[in-house]
Design a protein around this ligand. Structure first.
Ligand SMILES: NC(=O)c1ccc[n+]([C@@H]2O[C@H](COP(=O)([O-])OP(=O)(O)OC[C@H]3O[C@@H](n4cnc5c(N)ncnc54)[C@H](O)[C@@H]3O)[C@@H](O)[C@H]2O)c1
Ligand SMILES: [Zn+2]
Ligand SMILES: [Zn+2]
Length: 394
């Protein structure tokens, strides 16, 4: 089959690779019809290279049609339409029973002390072949894939794989009180959708922060008060306080992560790590704390005293310097983590009807054939061509 594979920093290709096969009796094989490119994939493209191997198949936002089922699969049959959550979670262990699918004890990567395996990610997350491909092997066929009806276009459902549950969890963890001022840092797909969900759930005001004009404009069109961090610089906190009765935001969602714009020193350090031999680089990335923390620092600045920060952006280093004095003094409540995708699906599904209250059907800015994947990564990273969300269609 054809698949998008990683080969090195800023080097992904479409290769012909062996077709996946049913291995466990509860596996299903899915023929992919749409598969998103995520901001998390950009971390693989740029800074997380030490944790990948050439030929790894990327992608963790797929949907498609069941092609084949293992002998113990009773919940699905060939021809069924499914969305595949990005966590590889069993659905029946202690963690899954508590809605913590990103910590699934059946697929935890204990060798590296990490949580549940993920499709199409790094060695730290199990190096499971991903879904930017023609076919995907999906374990736990009776519990993991989300069965959706035939009929509506893929865009109606495909974001159940990641964007919707991740944004939903970001808002749930931010836990805005009724009538809250909510700040969303980063208006990529995750921040944009989190802003929509916060408004849908009754926030008084959502303030969205980014620096890319079309991302700001798109959020503004849906009722978000937008701020350009490039123009405001260090005045961002004062501007947010001005808009929130002088106190700051009740709840802040940090949807940027470790490649935040605005910390050039750390960027140089990350790039240096990128040039080291892999074994050394791997150590440095996980031990030396070279992450770019600009967005996290902004979150601590704009949150009100006693407010909540929900970190949904991905961080990768183990020793990032945190502003602990300020966090403690402001009595910040901090929640974070990989989304527990399966947990939120039943809450979200009713919103994916003809009314389309979250605007999922116009959400993708680009729909491209799988073969255009490498160019799409390039364009997405450079934030060119108005690209915000891309669906590849194998
Ligand atoms: N926790 C999870 O389960 C989960 C799931 C999916 C994605 N993510 C992470 O969420 C983050 C966002 O994902 P995405 O797909 O929206 O990616 P994205 O790269 O499209 O979005 C990031 C946005 O942040 C903006 N930005 C950069 N620096 C900024 C700054 N200093 N202040 C404000 N905005 C800034 C960028 O312009 C961009 O629009 C990524 O870190 C991704 O890895 C986490
Ligand atoms: Zn994703
Ligand atoms: Zn589990």
């Amino acid at each position: 089959m054809r698949a998008l594979t990683w080969h090195g920093k800023r080097d992904v290709r479409i290769d012909t690779v062996p077709d996946p096969k049913i291995i466990e009796p509860t596996d299903v094989l899915v023929k992919i019809t749409s598969t998103g490119i995520c901001g998390s994939d950009l971390h693989l493209y740029e800074v997380l290279g030490p944790y990948l191997e050439p030929g790894d198949i990327l992608g963790h936002e797929p949907m498609g049609l069941v092609e084949e089922v293992g002998p113990e699969v009773t919940a699905l049959a060939p021809g069924d339409r499914v969305v595949v959550p990005f966590n590889v979670s069993c659905g029946s262990c202690w963690m899954c029973d508590r809605g913590l699918h990103s910590q699934c004890e059946t697929t935890q990567v204990r060798e590296h002390g990490m949580g549940a395996s993920l499709f199409g990610y790094t060695k730290l997350y199990g190096q499971v072949p991903g879904g930017q491909a023609e076919f995907l092997r999906v374990p736990f066929g009776n519990t993991l894939p989300v069965k959706v009806p035939h009929g509506p276009p893929d865009e109606r459902f495909v974001y159940l794989s990641d964007v919707l549950p991740t944004a939903w969890q970001a808002v749930a963890y931010a836990d805005p009180p009724p009538d809250a001022h909510v700040v969303v840092l980063g208006l990529g797909p995750i921040g944009d959708m989190a802003a929509r969900i916060a408004l849908h759930r009754g926030a008084r005001q959502v303030i969205g922060v980014d620096l890319v004009p079309e991302r700001l404009a798109r959020a503004r069109e849906r009722g978000v008060h937008t701020l350009n961090v490039d123009e405001l610089g260090a005045d961002l906190g004062d501007e947010v306080r001005r808009l929130t009765d002088g106190r700051g935001a009740d709840a802040v969602i940090e949807a940027v992560g470790m490649e935040a714009h605005g910390a050039p020193v750390a960027k140089a350090a990350q790039q240096m790590v990128g040039l080291l031999p892999d074994r050394l680089a791997e150590k440095l990335m996980s031990r030396a704390g070279v992450d770019r923390m600009a967005a996290f620092h902004a979150a601590v600045d704009v949150v009100r005293r006693g407010g909540t920060i929900s970190v949904v952006g991905v961080y990768g280093g183990a020793m990032d310097p945190l502003p602990l004095l300020t966090m403690f003094d402001k009595q910040v409540q901090l929640r974070m983590g990989q989304a527990n995708v399966r947990r939120w699906v039943d809450d979200i599904l009713p919103l994916l009807d003809d009314e389309d209250r979250l605007g999922v059907e116009g959400f993708a800015t680009h729909k491209l054939p799988l073969e255009d994947g490498p160019q799409a990564y390039k364009t997405f990273q450079a934030k060119e061509d108005g690209m915000i969300k891309t669906l590849l269609q194998p």
